[in-house]
Design a protein around this ligand. Structure first.
Ligand SMILES: [Mg+2]
Length: 366
C-alpha cells in the first residue's frame, strides 16, 4: 500500500464554555483534519491540534506546511508495516524541522490506514496491550473556586484516581482552590497543579516548599525552554515535578533525564509529532525507570482515540490526562469510542476504530 494523497481540512468547533489556563483563553477548538489516501482505497484519518503558545503553530501554518512540504515529501511512500511509519516520520523530519502538530496529524492517519489494511487496532501496531481500559484524570481549568468545587464533586462521583488543577494566577486565590478540591476528594487522590509556565524558578521553589499537601505533583511551573531552571526546582523540592511543554522530542526527554529536571513527563502527540515519537519518548523514560503521563488539548475524538491507543500500549503510564472530547467541544466529529464516565476502552475495530460523521463539514473553515 502506498500513500497517494494527504488532504488537510481545517475545522473550527465551538467549545461548551471558554477554556482558561495561565497561558491562554480559548473559545473554539481549531484543528486540521487529515485524510491520508492510499492506492488500496483505504483512507486513514488523523488530527493536527496546533497551539501557538505551545508549538508556535496555527491552523494556517499547518495547512501551509502540509501542502508545501510534508505531503510532497511523502507522496508514493510505502505503508505496509509499522516500521514504514518510522520511515514516514524520518522523511517528515528531513523535509521540515519542528511543526510537530502538523506531523502528528499525518502520523496518526498513517497508523489508522495501516491498522485498517492489516485488520489490527492501532495499539497492536504500537506494541502489546498493557491494560484493558484507561481512567482519565479529573480536571478543573483556571476558573473560580465554585467551578473547582463543582468539577471536584463531579469527579468524585465518577471515581477519578487523580485530578488536575490549572493554577498560575495569584497563588493565594489558587491555593484556596487547591484546598477546596483536596477537601472534597480526600487525602488519597493524587492532585496535579499545572501553572502552565506562569511561575519563576524562585517562586516555584518557595511555593512548592511551603505546600504541606500529600500526593501532590506540579506540572511545568516555569517557561518551557529553561531546563536548567526546571532541574533546580526538581532538586530543591520534594513535590514531584512533571515536564510538559519542556519535552517535545525524544532528545528533550534525554536532556530532562540527564539534568534530572523532572520526575514524570507529559507526552502529547501535538508536541511530539505523533504516536511513533511519543512511544519513543515513553521508552526512553522507561529505560530510566521514569513514568509518563499522556495529555491532551482541546481536541476531537480522533486525537483522544490516538492517545487512548498509545496509553493502552504504554508500560510506564502513570496518569491518563485525556478527557472525553464532549466535556469541552459541543459535538464530536467521529463515532466509535464510548466513554463510561471517566473510563474508556479502545474499540477492537481496525485502525483507530472510528467513523467520521457526515455532518462534520459544517465546521469547515472556508
Ligand atoms: Mg500542562
Amino acid at each position: 500500500m502506498r500513500i497517494t494523497l494527504i488532504e488537510p481540512i481545517p475545522l473550527q468547533i465551538p467549545l461548551k464554555v471558554p477554556f482558561k489556563t495561565a497561558k491562554a483563553e480559548q473559545l473554539t477548538a481549531r484543528i486540521v483534519l487529515i485524510k491520508l489516501h492510499t492506492d488500496s482505497g483505504i483512507i486513514g484519518i488523523g488530527e493536527c491540534d496546533p497551539r501557538p503558545h505551545i508549538t508556535g503553530e496555527t491552523v494556517d501554518s499547518v495547512l501551509a506546511v502540509v501542502s508545501a512540504y510534508l505531503a510532497p515529501a511523502l507522496q508514493g511512500m510505502e505503508l505496509s508495516e509499522a516500521n514504514d511509519i518510522r520511515k514516514v516520520c524520518a522523511q517528515m523530519d528531513q523535509a521540515l524541522v519542528s511543526n510537530p502538530s502538523a506531523k502528528a496529524g499525518i502520523d496518526i492517519a498513517a497508523y489508522d490506514a495501516l491498522g485498517k489494511s492489516k485488520g489490527l487496532p492501532v495499539y497492536a501496531l504500537l506494541g502489546e496491550r498493557k491494560r484493558k481500559a484507561l481512567v482519565s484524570s479529573g480536571f478543573t481549568d483556571l476558573g473560580s473556586r465554585a467551578k473547582a468545587e463543582q468539577d471536584a464533586r463531579k469527579c468524585r462521583e465518577l471515581g477519578c484516581s487523580n485530578f488536575k488543577i490549572k493554577v498560575g494566577r495569584d497563588w493565594t486565590v489558587d491555593s484556596e482552590r487547591v484546598d477546596v478540591v483536596r477537601s472534597i476528594l480526600g487525602p488519597d487522590i493524587d492532585l496535579i497543579i499545572d501553572p502552565n509556565q506562569a511561575w519563576s524558578v524562585e517562586q516555584s521553589i518557595t511555593i512548592l516548599k511551603q505546600l504541606k499537601i500529600r500526593n501532590l505533583a506540579c506540572e511545568q511551573p516555569i517557561v518551557w525552554d529553561d531546563l536548567v531552571g526546571l532541574s533546580s526546582i526538581a532538586q530543591a523540592v520534594d513535590v514531584p515535578v512533571i515536564a510538559d511543554e519542556a519535552v517535545r522530542s525524544p532528545f528533550d526527554a534525554c536532556v530532562v533525564l540527564r539534568l534530572k529536571a523532572a520526575d514524570i513527563v507529559n507526552i502529547k502527540h501535538l508536541k511530539s509529532g505523533g504516536l511513533c515519537r511519543g512511544l519513543e519518548i515513553a521508552r526512553i523514560l522507561q529505560q530510566e525507570g521514569v513514568e509518563c503521563m499522556i495529555g491532551s488539548t482541546m481536541e476531537t475524538g480522533i486525537s483522544s482515540a490516538a492517545s487512548l491507543h498509545l496509553g493502552i500500549a504504554c508500560s510506564n503510564l502513570k496518569y491518563f490526562d485525556v478527557a472525553p472530547p464532549t466535556d469541552f467541544i459541543t459535538e464530536d466529529i467521529v463515532k466509535g469510542i464510548e466513554w463510561k464516565g471517566l473510563s474508556v476502552e479502545p474499540s477492537e475495530q481496525p485502525g483507530l476504530g472510528l467513523e467520521l460523521k457526515e455532518e462534520l463539514l459544517k465546521y469547515a473553515i472556508s
